[in-house]
Design a protein around this ligand. Structure first.
Ligand SMILES: [Ca+2]
Ligand SMILES: [Ca+2]
Length: 164
């Protein structure tokens, strides 16, 4: 996080750490051991242990473990583009590069670097109104350039997957 993102993107990406321990020693040790220079904020609602806090509660997903540690990427419009409770720097860099270059990969609706069945399901969900697409998802779903997202785009994406 420090070297691969904060230092590498040098002001183009804001990195913020959120921590829910009230122990200054623990925080100082962590910052020193990892040579962290990006800001670290304290989760204000935390009772001081390693559980709870306003942010913690907001991003707690039942049956998905603790929200700490978890990495999020929020785009220029304030929309979450990435959430992961495992560190995957390669994937984070891919998402960040895409956001910074406004790079639209036609057919890669969930922007994971692959065009596959997951993208087909997403585009079908957009068509039937189950998924309200983000700006990126709309652009990536409009494969044949006729201004509409419909079954024709599903056929195009399936053909892409089949390599036809
Ligand atoms: Ca995809
Ligand atoms: Ca279309």
């Amino acid at each position: 996080m420090e070297t691969a993102i904060w230092q590498e993107y040098d002001g183009n990406v804001q990195v913020i750490g959120i921590i829910n321990t009230a122990s200054n020693n623990q925080l100082t040790n962590f910052v020193e051991q990892n040579s962290i220079t990006f800001p670290i904020l304290f989760d204000p609602g935390s009772p001081g242990g390693v559980q709870g806090g306003d942010t913690y509660d907001l991003f707690y997903l039942p049956n998905d473990g603790s929200p700490y540690p978890r990495d999020f990427i929020i785009d220029q419009n304030g929309i979450f583009q990435y959430a992961n409770n495992e560190i995957d720097t390669e994937w984070m860099l891919y998402v960040l590069d895409g956001l910074l270059s406004n790079n639209i990969v036609l057919g890669d609706i969930n922007y994971d670097g692959l065009i596959n069945i997951v993208d087909v399901i997403m585009i079908v969900n957009i068509i039937i109104g189950e998924l309200l697409p983000t700006e990126y998802q709309s652009s990536a779903s409009e494969l044949n350039g006729d201004g509409e997202i419909n079954v024709v785009d599903v056929i195009v994406i399936v053909n892409l997957i089949l390599g036809e």
